[in-house]
Design a protein around this ligand. Structure first.
Ligand SMILES: Cc1cc2nc3c(=O)[nH]c(=O)nc-3n(C[C@H](O)[C@H](O)[C@H](O)COP(=O)(O)OP(=O)(O)OC[C@H]3O[C@@H](n4cnc5c(N)ncnc54)[C@H](O)[C@@H]3O)c2cc1C
Ligand code: SF4
Length: 329
């Protein structure tokens, strides 16, 4: 039996106060945190339930949306403004987990869900630098089919598991944070850290810092977007590779593009190099493959996941091809 304090916050300031000075964790839907506690990967002494905080989706003055951190994943996916103006976000969310889990999971919790590396969860038998810094990493020489090909380090090769975050990276989402020292914003693309020599430090959040909202900037491009997830089963499986992309054409040339990748890196991976190749070039399969190649030039596959390089290349090209055909109709 583990002694654990549970309280429910009434607002952001109350949540921050309740989490102060304690080995406390914020509790969203609990769909990841409770599993981690059950496996003794996480052992907080107190849980501060933040599901009573803002769960509103509101229009911003610049024509974007502000999504409260306690909004359930299903509510985001089903919101009419998200479906029509940011379709890649709806598609990414419904590609994840199951309807029951999406009904429970919150936006804040989705952002901070932890890797699905099996060695990370195996507290009894496996070495893991993310769980126990300095211990070693059994994935590097082990079963690493699901692991990273981009952005990994000799300390950790785990991937970030979220589908929703891949779309948020492509959409230039902004994360709103609050703590005892005030409020600040961080670009979603800068929220998660690469592992380098500290895979246990996964984000730029300060201790006790609370996610209060995620802002989607206005974007005409985002209305012409999609998300494709490649996985071992057609449902209830994490991505081997996923692609969130948006494309605008000017005649036969690419006016603008956004591309982000999931399942291949320790964080939602914005494909900046691919986007650079795409802009101003003819919207052809050759261009799409060149863009993917530019991003994948830095791929460092492991013994078990070299297939991800070609799978990513082909998925990026196929998604961009689909968007370009839709733009020409
Ligand atoms: C069987 C199964 C299959 C799944 N499949 C997929 C999938 O295919 N794709 C996918 O993307 N996801 C998948 N998931 C993961 C799921 O999306 C996450 O578990 C969920 O999004 C986490 O949200 P939550 O609100 O339940 O977070 P919680 O479990 O409550 O919390 C997760 C973390 O976020 C922190 N936290 C929560 N809210 C805040 C806040 N406001 N501020 C700061 N910190 C906060 C918590 O302290 C904790 O560290 C799956 C999960 C399960 C169990
Ligand atoms: S890949 Fe990362 S999470 Fe997995 S065992 Fe290695 S250090 Fe741990």
């Amino acid at each position: 039996m583990i002694e654990l304090a549970y309280t429910r916050a009434t607002d952001a300031a109350d949540a921050i106060r309740r989490a102060e000075g304690e080995d406390a964790k914020y509790l969203g839907g609990g769909t990841n945190l409770v599993d981690l506690m059950r496996e003794s990967v996480e052992n907080p002494s107190a849980l501060v339930d933040v599901t009573g905080l803002s769960a509103e989706i509101e229009e911003t003055n610049d024509g974007g949306l502000m999504i409260g951190a306690a909004t359930r994943n299903t509510a985001v996916a089903e919101h009419p403004a998200v479906r029509t103006r940011y379709p890649m976000l709806t598609r990414a969310i419904v590609a994840g987990a199951s309807a029951q889990i999406r009904n429970m999971a919150t936006v804040g919790g989705n952002l901070l869900q932890r890797t699905r590396c099996t060695y990370f969860y195996d507290t009894e038998g496996s070495r893991c630098n993310k769980r126990s810094p300095g211990e070693g990493c059994d994935a590097i020489e082990g079963f690493n089919r699901i692991h990273a090909i981009l952005g990994a380090s000799p300390a950790c090769v785990a991937t970030h598991p979220s589908d929703m975050c891949v779309a948020l990276a492509a959409l230039d989402a902004i994360v709103h944070l609050s703590s005892a020292s005030g409020e600040r914003t961080v670009a979603l693309c800068d929220l998660h850290r690469l592992p380098e020599d500290r895979p246990d430090v996964e984000t730029v959040l300060e201790p006790g810092e609370l996610i209060t909202a995620v802002q989607l900037p206005a974007s005409g491009l985002a209305a012409h977007s999609t998300y494709r997830k490649v996985r071992d089963r057609s449902s209830y499986a994490f991505a081997l590779v996923s692609v969130a992309a948006a494309l605008a054409l000017d005649g036969d040339a690419i006016a603008d593009a956004r591309v982000a990748l999931g399942g291949v890196a320790p964080k939602p991976w914005r494909a900046w190099r691919a986007e650079e190749v795409l802009r101003g070039r003819p919207a052809t399969k050759a261009t799409f493959l060149q863009a993917a190649d530019a991003e994948l030039a830095h791929a460092r596959p492991l013994a078990g996941n070299a297939f991800k390089v070609d799978l990513t290349r082909r998925t990026v090209a196929a998604v961009l091809q689909q968007l370009s055909e839709e733009a020409r109709r």
